[in-house]
Each structure stands twice: as structure tokens, then as C-alpha cells.
Write a protein that binds this ligand. Structure first.
Ligand code: G16
Length: 542
């Protein structure tokens, strides 16, 4: 029986950088999830007769939420829902399934790298039929729908058993429970030289992949161990847990410290990597080497042709604006179109769909290509393995060679978390007001050449997105970017991105924080942010 439940708008259901992210407890409030799901249905013109993909990263409340969504899809007339077995799907696998099955869209349940559990975060994201995160026009329509919501529809029915693969029904709707891993693993096998990687492993190459108790465990086991022959012990923290084992499933040097410590030893494995809660982020390490996401993107751009799926070369490349311009150096040298977009994978969608970019990436540990419409953690790991298998050199040598050829963009991001949201916004507003007077200003050893509030005009649909971060260029070949995160759930997170170019051939092996010291000083002189927020140091340095 379909029930119509009267409801009323709930404040704050506005999707951020990547869907709606809130405390799990907020999502579990009666009607909270239901209101947002109905707002999605209303915002996209209903789901009558449509086919949707549904799955999540297995965090606390995932199983319950999947059941609610199935009942709401059935009540609103969806013809079919394809759901990952046990309600699990990594974000890249969900994106692939939407494309593979020609679905009309999908719902991904994840707060990505944010901690999970009852005290952690939960999230809901709507992806469109291209497999990618809904563009701004769609998320805005969903938000508007949430503001006018008066009721939601839900089927009164028992929960479905999602533990077995196969077809079943919920009232008039077909439910197809699929293996969450297989189709994705098959796609990877088409893109990369599995034979070469298998040979690499059989010759004694060693790997440590940290799944951080999140969704990639089963994917990594199937692909790296079963299909590629890496040792069983290569996948660490492989069992997905609803609270990620109490950890923070964010693959960066701070949160993946267990792997970092292991990889910084002289006898570390040849290659290390980690992924996040929902499997779309990655961290790349070599023995005693950390590769920044921006450098990883540039290395992939320069070497992608070594993988069978990219042997014809790249149509173009794209990075988010705060990501370092190491990618631009490769693009320039190789004559590739190169785009800088606002932060958020959704901004790459049109470029990928139009064939203007093959490879995209972000400083926030996201890299991917036109094989799907999300960033893809394991894809990046396999790309690196493919490059190492073909080039037969170590990660350290890959980096050294890369910097010698293209120069090095020293890069770091400093995060100040849980700041007072009003005070953080005031800082950004103040900087915005001073932008016109900044050119020529000296900040310690550096002089500002240009300053702007980044805005982006999508070259495909002409849509304009403004207020995407304060970007300051220095004549010395350095850059400073300040913006507020759109993915946090408490207070505000201020992200400060810094880069400085060194064309080499000397000075290419410095410590990034030292190489960036003058940019760090310039930032403090411009913002007094440590004093302003009473913080001695950033909470996270990547
Ligand atoms: C999301 C977005 C990324 C973005 C990242 C950080 O990633 O998809 O495009 O770079 O958040 O965004 P912010 O700086 O606004 O916090 P994920 O992995 O959290 O879905």
C-alpha cells in the first residue's frame, strides 16, 4: 500500500560540493531522509517509469536508508532499481553501473571521507544518467523542491532481502540486486594492462593498499589479489565496517598514518596506496615517497598512453582551480587542452561528455577519466601500477624524472577545521572586498601580481558559477588560494592552498613546507588567520 505522509520543509537540505552531508543522527531524524529523497524525485520531474541505481559505502544507516529509498522509489512509480548486494556500491562502481545499465540516474549514500557511525556523518548524492554528480542546476532544483515540500510517498512493505544477487519485486517495481564488484572489475581489466601488472607482481613487486575499513576492501581484493596476483596480505583493513573501525577514511598523510608509517620505512613495499570511504579518492606512495595528488595527476597525464585504454592519447585534461598547475605544464608540453574548474567533480561532467577532457583530477585526492563520471580511487592505483610495470622504475624515480622534465610545482594544502562559520565567512568577504587593491602589494618576500574571486563559465553549456575561491598570484611564480570547504558538517573548514614553481634542474628535492615558506608567510601577512582564529597551526596538512 502506498502511503502519503504529510511533511513540511526541513531547513538546510541544500546540497554542497558533493550532495547533502549531515550528521548521521540528523539523517536518522524521522522524515529527514524521506524529505530529501522526495525532494530529489520532485526536483528531477518525478521517477515514474524510470530506472535508478542505488547503493552506498556501507556506513552506519546505509542498510536502513537503502530500504527507505527502495520503498519511496516504488511508491513514486519507478520501474526498476538496481541495487548493490547488501546495499553496497562504491561511488565509481555506481557511476559505472548507471552508464552500463543505461539507468536514468542513481542515488549514492556516502559522506565520502568523513567519519561514519552514529556520531559520524552520512550523505546522499544524486547522479544523473551520464553517471556523474548532478550539475548545479539540478541540485538547485532539488533544493528548491525541498523548500516547498508538503508530503512524501512511501510504500508500506516489509524490507527486501538484499543479500542475494538476482531479480525481485517491490509492488510494481523490479529490483535487481547485483554483485557490486564484478562489472567494475571487468571495466578495469579493459583499461589497463593486467598481464603486465601480473608479471610485475610475479617478479616480486610488493604492494600495500589500505582500504581503511571502507568500501574498497572487496574491490581491492578481487582486482589486486584475485585478478592480478598481489599477495593476500597486500590489502590492509579490507573489511568494510559501519564506522570504518572508528577511523577517518580519508587517504591523506594525516588520516592514513598507519600506511604512511609503513611506507616511510627503508624496507617498505615498492608501492603504497589508500582509498576513502566510498572509493573515489586515492593516495599514492612509493617506498619513502609521498606523491601529492596534484603531482600524481600530472604524472598520469604524462604517462597515460602506457595503458591500453589510453593508448591513443588524451583529448584534453582538467583540474579544479585549487589543484596545482603541474598538470598545466604537461598539457603545455604535449599540446593538450587544459581546463581549470571550480572544486567539485560535477564541474568535469560536461567536459568529459563533450570529449574535451579525457583525464581530470583534484588536489583533494581525486583522479579519474572519461571511463566513468566520478573520480576513481582504484583506477588511479591501477594506472600507477600500469605505469610502473611498463617503465620498470620506482615511484621515486618516476617523480625525479617527471620534475626534471617539467619542473616541480611545490604544493601543499593547510586546513583549519571547525572554525566559527560566521568568522570564516567574514574573512573571505573581507578578502573579496580588498581584491582590487591587492596587485602590487608586497607580502614579505613576495609581491602580488593579480588577485581574483574565481568564477567559471562552463565552455559547453555556458553556465556561470561565481564565488569559487580567492586566488592570488605572485610575480615570483607562486599562488595562494583560500576557500571554504563545501563538504564539512560542523562549523567551517578553511582551506588554504599554496604552490610555488621551480623550473629546476636544481632545487627539485626540497621539503615542500620549506619550499613554500614564503607563501605561508605571505598568507599570514594577508589574513592574520592564526591570530584571528586563535590557531597555532593547521589541523591537516596535505
Ligand atoms: C568532494 C568533491 C570533490 C572536492 C572535495 C572537497 O569529494 O567531489 O570534487 O574536491 O569534495 O571539497 P571541499 O573542498 O568543498 O570540501 P568527496 O570525495 O568528498 O566526494
Amino acid at each position: 500500500m502506498i502511503r502519503t505522509i504529510s511533511s513540511a520543509p526541513i531547513a538546510g537540505q541544500k546540497p554542497g560540493t558533493s550532495g547533502l552531508r549531515k550528521k548521521t543522527s540528523a539523517f536518522m531524524e524521522p522524515g529527514y531522509l524521506e524529505n530529501f529523497i522526495q525532494s530529489i524525485w520532485n526536483g528531477i520531474g518525478g521517477v515514474q517509469g524510470k530506472c535508478l541505481v542505488v547503493g552506498g559505502d556501507g556506513r552506519y544507516f546505509n542498510t536502513k536508508a537503502v530500504q527507505i529509498i527502495l520503498k519511496m522509489a516504488a511508491a513514486s512509480g519507478a520501474s526498476k532499481v538496481i541495487v548493490g548486494q547488501g546495499g553496497l556500491l562504491s561511488t565509481p562502481a555506481a557511476s559505472h553501473l548507471i552508464r552500463l545499465k543505461k539507468a536514468d540516474g542513481g542515488i549514492i549514500l556516502s559522506a565520502s571521507h568523513n567519519p561514519g557511525g552514529l556520531d559520524g556523518d552520512f550523505g546522499v548524492k544524486f547522479n544523473t544518467s551520464n553517471g556523474g554528480p548532478a550539475p548545479e542546476a539540478v541540485t538547485e532544483a532539488i533544493y528548491q523542491a525541498s523548500l516547498g515540500l508538503s508530503e512524501y510517498l512511501i510504500l508500506e512493505a516489509a524490507d527486501l532481502d538484499l543479500s542475494n544477487v538476482g531479480l525481485t519485486r517491490l509492488a510494481d517495481m523490479t529490483v535487481e540486486v547485483v554483485d557490486p564488484v564484478n562489472d567494475y572489475a571487468d571495466l578495469m581489466e579493459k583499461l589497463f594492462d593486467f598481464e603486465a601488472i601480473r608479471t610485475l607482481f610475479s617478479n616480486g613487486f610488493t604492494l600495500a593498499f589500505d582500504a581503511m575499513h571502507a568500501v574498497t576492501g572487496p574491490y581491492a581484493h578481487e582486482i589486486l589479489v584475485r585478478r592480478l596476483g598481489a599477495d593476500e596480505t597486500s590489502v590492509l583493513n579490507a573489511t568494510p565496517l559501519p564506522d570504518f573501525g572508528g577511523g577517518h577514511p580519508d587517504p591523506n598523510p594525516v588520516w592514513a598514518h598507519e600506511l604512511m608509517t609503513k611506507m616511510m620505512q627503508p624496507d617498505a613495499p615498492d608501492f603504497g596506496a589508500a582509498s576513502d570511504g566510498d572509493g573515489d579518492r586515492n593516495m599514492i606512495l612509493g617506498r619513502q615517497v609521498y606523491v601529492t595528488p596534484s603531482d600524481s595527476l600530472a604524472v598520469i597525464a604524462a604517462n597515460a598512453h602506457l595503458a591500453p585504454g589510453y593508448v591513443k592519447g588524451l583529448a584534453g585534461v582538467a583540474r579544479s582551480m585549487p589543484t596545482s598547475s603541474a598538470l598545466d605544464r604537461v598539457a603545455e608540453a604535449r599540446g593538450l587542452e587544459c581546463h581549470a574548474t571550480p572544486t567539485g567533480w560535477k564541474f568535469f561532467g560536461n567536459l568529459l561528455d563533450a570529449g574535451r577532457a579525457t583525464l581530470c583530477g583534484e588536489e583533494s585526492a581525486g583522479t579519474g577519466s572519461d571511463h566513468i563520471r566520478e573520480k576513481d580511487g582504484l583506477w588511479a592505483v591501477l594506472m600507477w601500477l600500469n605505469i610502473l610495470a611498463k617503465r620498470q622504475i620506482s615511484v621515486a624515480e618516476v617523480m625525479r624524472n617527471h620534475w626534471q622534465e617539467f619542473g616541480r610545482n611545490y604544493y601543499s594544502r593547510h586546513d583549519y577545521e571547525e572554525l566559527d562559520a560566521t568568522a570564516a565567512q567574514e574573512l573571505i568577504d573581507e578578502l573579496r572586498q580588498r581584491l582590487d587593491q591587492m596587485a602590487g602589494q608586497e607580502l614579505g618576500a613576495l609581491t602580488i601580481s593579480a588577485a581574483e574571486d574565481f568564477s567559471y563559465k562552463d565552455p559547453i553549456d555556458g553556465s556561470i558559477t561565481t564565488g569559487q575561491g580567492i586566488q592570488i598570484h605572485f610575480i615570483e611564480g607562486a599562488r595562494l588560494v583560500l576557500r571554504l570547504s563545501g563538504t564539512g558538517t560542523s562549523g567551517a573548514t578553511l582551506r588554504v592552498y599554496m604552490e610555488r614553481f621551480n623550473s629546476g634542474p636544481s632545487g627539485l628535492e626540497s621539503d615542500p613546507q620549506e619550499a613554500l615558506a614564503e607563501v605561508i608567510t605571505a598568507c599570514e601577512k594577508l589574513t592574520s588567520l592564526r591570530q584571528r582564529f586563535g590557531r597555532e597551526r593547521p589541523d591537516v596538512i596535505t
